[in-house]
Design a protein around this ligand. Sequence first.
Ligand code: COA
Length: 167
Amino acid sequence: MTDLLICKTKESDIDLIVTIENHHENLPFIIPNSKEEHHGLLTDDNIEHLLLKNGKNKIIGFVILAGLKDKKKNIEFRRIIINDKGKGYGRTAIRKLKKHCFEKLKCRRLWLDVLENNERAKHLYSSEGFKEDKKLREPILMIGGKSNNLLIMSLLENECNNTITKN
Ligand SMILES: CC(C)(COP(=O)(O)OP(=O)(O)OC[C@H]1O[C@@H](n2cnc3c(N)ncnc32)[C@H](O)[C@@H]1OP(=O)(O)O)[C@@H](O)C(=O)NCCC(=O)NCCS
């Protein structure tokens, strides 16, 4: 597995996170949050805002988990962005986060949404065990004015065991 450290995002990381979100390679696939929204997420106890660093301690992306207080233990894998793409960091992050959500947070369902045209993310999610639940009936409007279909995918507690790696 690619070397990857996961730690809590700090106030001082927010400027970089906003820059990452607004990068032209990421913007077609996400709806970015403002600086103020990110600051708010850091103090929201329903949210985990996590920074991803490589083995040399360089920030290579971030993740937002939501729904930590959900009584039914449905956790939303709300956002992942990897800056240093195509080197396996995304897969490593997802594997570590599955372990974190199912083993530490005792989640019963880990779910996410992904744009239908985001082939790379869809490949990654489905190869890590996520299954498509549904497609929203109406496309969503992205920054720049294009519309895109949104898929909901999830991984259930009873499906996750053989998709969680030991390391
Ligand atoms: C999606 C994202 C998180 C993946 O992280 P990553 O580090 O680039 O991904 P990895 O290198 O771990 O793995 C990418 C996988 O997708 C595959 N892939 C790459 N481009 C692809 C494409 N156009 N279509 C299908 N699969 C593709 C790779 O071959 C690899 O799969 P493999 O391990 O089976 O060979 C990252 O690219 C990213 O931040 N994208 C922009 C923001 C985004 O889309 N976030 C997710 C929103 S739901």
